[in-house]
Design a protein around this ligand. Structure first.
Ligand code: MG
Length: 273
């Protein structure tokens, strides 16, 4: 099994500016995502923030084996039936659109990665429920991100929430380790067996990211070569935080102060050697 990096206390402290920056920009983007706003405007706004902060986009040059070409944008904007990796395009948001924004940068040498979904204007109750399910699953997963638990406990907690809501889970894309780069060991599928997998230890840092589709677990690739859509056209939502495992429990590095979902431990994290 590939090694999962463990970071020292000083390094986790050094990740905070990156996490805070990602949280602040995501909040700004969601506030800006009103009817009449174009996805390219949101991408340009994020690009400006990256440049003025001296950060580096993790996406713009991203070119994994499954990508048709380098991504070329700094956000993933997935609208309605788009679930993941939505390539920003010339599309003007409309009342009732379900928008998921995924944003990852490196700042000060450390990566932070976070995603949020929102309904543009007034939407359908089932879309709000879908978003709430991903947020609840994210919190359930984060709650397992503590020393002594196993990776499968995070996965199972996410899968349990999906199942309670009646959503099936696609395990092809999920969470991952985060550190100097965006995608590190381990991979964290959004379902699994409790008590299975590697033991969680202080200093591990994970992006935990439940995403659910309303009525399918199958994806299809858009002609743009990037955007992954639900196979049945049903809508998708996505919630993600970058989380450090500390002796005191999970520390959510990308939590926005105005949306304090999890109380981070303060003072010494007691991590390191
Ligand atoms: Mg992400």
């Amino acid at each position: 099994m590939a090694r999962i990096s463990r970071h020292r206390l000083a390094d986790i402290e050094a990740m905070r500016p990156s996490g805070t920056f990602v949280a602040d920009v995501l909040q700004e983007l969601l506030d800006a995502a009103t009817p009449g706003v174009n996805l390219l405007e949101l991408d340009a706004l994020a690009h400006e923030r990256i440049d003025s902060a001296g950060a580096t986009s993790c996406y713009i040059d991203y070119h994994p084996s499954f990508g048709a070409r380098p991504f070329g944008k700094v956000l993933c904007t997935s609208v309605n039936d788009a679930a993941l990796h939505g390539l920003p395009r010339d599309y003007t948001l409309r009342e009732g659109d379900l928008l998921s924004v995924d944003f990852a940068v490196e700042l000060g040498g450390w990566v932070a990665d976070s995603a949020r979904s929102t309904v543009v204007g007034h939407g359908q109750p089932e879309d709000h429920t879908l978003i709430a399910a991903t947020e609840e699953a994210l919190l359930a997963g984060i709650d397992q991100a503590r020393p002594g638990a196993r990776l499968g406990d995070i996965q199972a907690a996410i899968g349990r929430v999906a199942s309670e809501y009646g959503y099936s889970v696609n395990t092809d894309f999920g969470g991952h380790g985060v550190g100097r780069t965006m995608h590190e060991e381990p991979s964290i599928p959004n379902d699994g067996e409790p008590g299975s997998g590697p033991l969680l230890k202080p200093g591990m840092v994970f992006a935990i990211e439940p995403w659910f589709m309303h009525s399918t677990d199958e994806l299809v690739v858009d002609p743009d070569g990037w955007t992954l859509r639900s196979a049945d056209g049903s809508r998708a939502a996505h919630s993600e935080h970058t989380v450090a495992i500390t002796p005191a429990g999970p520390l959510v590095l990308t939590e926005h102060p105005a949306r304090r979902e999890v109380s981070p431990p303060h003072g010494s994290l007691g991590v390191g050697e």
